[in-house]
Design a protein around this ligand. Structure first.
Ligand code: CUA
Length: 388
C-alpha cells in the first residue's frame, strides 16, 4: 500500500505537470512534437527490459523453490478432490479419512494432490499456499508446522470453482503433537468401534425409487469420476486385515482445543422435519447399513465386511470427525439424521441419494414413495454415532 501510494503520487504528479506544461496554449501554435525520435524509442524499450530482467531473477528462483521436492522422511498424505469433498489417504499407515486431516508438528508434511473428477484447489490459508488439483496430473505442496504450533484446528477450502457445491467443499486440518499423532494413527488404523458382526441378508430388495435416486446421480458422477480398480483392491486389502486389528485407544482432538470458528453453524433447510425424540438402535442401524446395495455400496467401514464402497467417504471412524458434508454442518445426531433423510436438500448437487420416505428428490423431481422411516434413520444415526 505504501509503495503503491508513492508510485501513484509520482506518476500522477508527472502526468499533471506535463499535461499543463505542454498543453496547446492557443489556437495557432502546435506544441513541440517528439514522434519519430529514435533516441526516446530506445530508452523506453531498454528501461522496462532491464526492470523485467531484475524481477525475473527472484521470480524464477522462488518458482524453483516452491516446486522443490519435499525432504526425505516427510509424512506423505495423498489428497483426492471429489465433487464435493476431500479424501486424505495415509499410505504410510494404510488408512484414509475424509474432510479432516491430522498432521504432527515438527515434521514436514508432503501433500500429493490429485483429483477424481474436475479441477479443485487446496488451500489452508494459515498454514500454506494454495495449489490446484488437476486431472491426469499430480501436484505437490509441502510445509512444516513448526514445533511451537499448538494442538488446534485450521479451516481449509476449495479455491477453484468446481460446480454446485464448490462453496461447500471445505475441510479441517488438525495440527497435533507428535505423540498425539501416533495415538491418532493407531486409532484410525483400528477397526470400527461398533461391530455386532451382522450377517446381512443375502439380497435385500432395494425399493425401486431409492435405487433410481441413487443410480441417476451416481451415473452422472461416476461417468466423470476416475475410479481405479486399485481403489477397490486397496479397500479389500484393508478389510482383510480388519479382523486382526481391534479398536485401540488413541487420540482425538479434545473439544476444548477446537476453536469455535472451525465449527460450522449452517442452518438446516426448514422443510426437513425429523422427530429428535426417537431413540435409535445401533444394531438395527448396522443391519440397514449392511443390506445388499445400500449404504455399503458407496462407503467403506473397516470391520464391517459388507462395506467396501469406494465412491463416498470412508466412515470407519465417522463419529470422531468434527463436521459433516465436507465442513458444512456440525457432526452430531441432529444433523446426521437430516443428512440421511434428504442429503440433496442439505447440500446442492450431492450424489448421496435421498433416503427419507416422502422426501422430495431434486434429481428425480418427485417425492420418494418408499425410503426409510424416521425410526430407521434414528437407528442408522445410532450406528454411525457408535463409530468412534
Ligand atoms: Cu472443489 Cu471448488
Amino acid at each position: 500500500m505504501l509503495l503503491g501510494t508513492i508510485v501513484f503520487v509520482l506518476v500522477e504528479a508527472a502526468l499533471i505537470y506535463i499535461v499543463i506544461k505542454y498543453r496547446r496554449k492557443d489556437e495557432t501554435t502546435v506544441p513541440p512534437q517528439t514522434h519519430g525520435s529514435t533516441k526516446l524509442e530506445i530508452i523506453w524499450t531498454l528501461i522496462p527490459a532491464v526492470i523485467l530482467v531484475f524481477i525475473a531473477v527472484p521470480t524464477v528462483r522462488i518458482i524453483f523453490e516452491t516446486q522443490a521436492k519435499a525432504p526425505e522422511g516427510s509424512l506423505e498424505v495423498e489428497v483426492y478432490g471429489h465433487q464435493w469433498w476431500w479424501e486424505f489417504k495415509y499410505p504410510e499407515y494404510g488408512f484414509s479419512t475424509a474432510n479432516e486431516m491430522y498432521i504432527p508438528t515438527g515434521r514436514t508434511v508432503n501433500l500429493v494432490l490429485r483429483t477424481k473428477d474436475v479441477l479443485h484447489s487446496f488451500w489452508v490459508p494459515q498454514l500454506a499456499g494454495k495449489r490446484d488439483l488437476i486431472a491426469n496430473r499430480t501436484n505437490y505442496i509441502w510445509f512444516t508446522p513448526d514445533s511451537t504450533t499448538p494442538t488446534t484446528v485450521w479451516n481449509g477450502f476449495c479455491t477453484e470453482y468446481c460446480g454446485a457445491s464448490h462453496a461447500n467443499m471445505k475441510f479441517r486440518v488438525v495440527t497435533v503433537q507428535p505423540d498425539e499423532f501416533e495415538g491418532w494413527v493407531r486409532h484410525q488404523q483400528s477397526n470400527a468401534a461398533y461391530t455386532a458382526n451382522v450377517a446381512p441378508p443375502a439380497s435385500a430388495a432395494v425399493p425401486a425409487d431409492i435405487a433410481a435416486s441413487t443410480a441417476g446421480a451416481v451415473a452422472t458422477v461416476v461417468s466423470n469420476t476416475q475410479i481405479d480398480s486399485s481403489d477397490l483392491a486397496e479397500r479389500q486389502a484393508e478389510e482383510a486385515q480388519a479382523v486382526e486389528s481391534p479398536l485401540l485407544a488413541g487420540f482425538i482432538i479434545p473439544p476444548d482445543k477446537v476453536p469455535m470458528w472451525t465449527l460450522p453453524a449452517t442452518p438446516i433447510p426448514a422443510s426437513i422435519k425429523f422427530d429428535d425424540s426417537l431413540v435409535g438402535n445401533p444394531a438395527e442401524g448396522e443391519k440397514l447399513f449392511s443390506g445388499a446395495g445400500t449404504c455399503n455400496a458407496c462407503h467403506f467401514i473397516k470391520g464391517n465386511p459388507t462395506a467396501v464402497g469406494v465412491i463416498g467417504p470412508d466412515l470407519t471412524h465417522i463419529a470422531t470427525r468434527l463436521t459433516l458434508g465436507a465442513g458444512l454442518y456440525k457432526n452430531d445426531p441432529k444433523h446426521m439424521a437430516r443428512w440421511l433423510k434428504n442429503a440433496r436438500l442439505m447440500k446442492p448437487g450431492n450424489i448421496m441419494p435421498t433416503l427419507g420416505q416422502g422426501e422430495y428428490d431434486p434429481v428425480l423431481k418427485n417425492n420418494m414413495a418408499s425410503g426409510l422411516t424416521d425410526q430407521q434413520i434414528a437407528d442408522l444415526v445410532a450406528y454411525l454415532a457408535a463409530l468412534k
